[in-house]
Design a protein around this ligand. Structure first.
Ligand code: RIB
Length: 285
């Protein structure tokens, strides 16, 4: 069983479903509203845990009404929360609109995630003894860099999902072993990804493609499902990939793309992440 530490974000998602998005200045009636725990870091931690890894989460919630529920969801999923701090002020939130085609748009307000500016000795110790460090970009980039440097120096594999995408310092790319990007992110990052030994580009319903250090590529076909909501599909893919990376890219990609596809069949982030047996059932078909 892989030991994974996620250093990342945790948000309360405010999810509105609507057949058609409003144009600027227009008001439309929505079909539903739900509060669903999410955040790329938390989603990936839960996905890795459900895919079979032992997972610890390093992150921050605020002191507001969402904080206890955000912690509870991670804890109940079996993710270690001893490194989850509570800081003054609001927790991270994400305003999400899901349309009739299952496509989403998201506005994230960082809140407590923006206060994740330091790693303490216990965080660093957890990273050093893990097999995999898993990070995204919803916390300050300096913290991601510090975590990645420490992981690299201690032989812990660094998986980066550079989302939401923005330009990153070259120092950070030098610490990354495995990058997981979607097509838009790959296009935006361009040649920066050349420095990363293993790059997995997700292609939505068409699956994913892996490029290894020797330049060899491996396509992973898509898994056909009825899409309800794509929120957290990329997070679920990344978490499952990290959980199975030690079995080699071929097996890790099969788990990742099956888990990611299953995550699109339900509305919401954490609640759509499939269990181990759901993934296994679809994989064995
Ligand atoms: O990737 C999906 C996630 O992005 C949502 O859960 C939301 O919180 C945003 O962080």
């Amino acid at each position: 069983m892989a030991r994974i530490v996620v250093v990342g974000s945790i948000n309360m998602d405010l999810v509105t479903s609507v057949r058609r998005r409003p144009e600027p200045g227009e008001t439309v009636s929505g079909d539903g509203f739900a509060l669903v725990p999410g955040g790329k870091g938390s989603n990936q931690a839960i996905a890795a845990r459900r895919a079979g890894a032992e997972v610890k989460f390093v992150g921050a919630v605020g002191d507001d009404v969402f904080a206890d529920e955000l912690r509870r969801v991670l804890h109940d999923a079996g993710v270690g929360v001893s490194r989850l701090r509570r800081v003054d002020g609001p927790s991270g939130v994400a305003a999400i609109v899901v349309d009739g085609n299952g496509e989403n748009s998201i506005i994230v307000v960082g809140g407590a995630n923006s206060r994740m500016t330091e790693l303490d000795a216990a965080d660093l110790e957890a990273i050093a003894v893990a097999d995999v460090l898993l990070c995204q970009l919803e916390i300050p980039v300096q913290t991601v860099l510090a975590a990645a440097r420490h992981a690299h120096a201690n032989g812990t594999a660094v998986v980066l999902n550079p989302s939401p995408v923005h330009e990153l310092p070259a120092d950070l790319w030098a610490e990354v072993d495995i990058a997981v990007v979607n097509e838009g992110e790959a296009a935006q990052l361009g040649s920066a990804l050349d420095a990363v030994p293993h790059v997995i580009t997700t292609l939505g319903a068409d699956g994913a493609i892996y490029r290894g250090p020797d330049g060899i590529t491996l396509p992973q076909p898509g898994v056909r499902v009825k899409v309800v909501d794509t929120t957290a599909a990329g997070d679920t893919f990344t978490g499952a990939l990290a959980a199975h990376w030690h079995e080699g890219p071929e097996i890790a990609l099969a788990w990742a793309s099956t888990a990611g596809a299953l995550a699109t069949t339900k509305l919401g982030a954490s609640v759509s992440i499939p269990t181990h047996s759901e993934i296994e059932r679809l994989l064995s078909r």
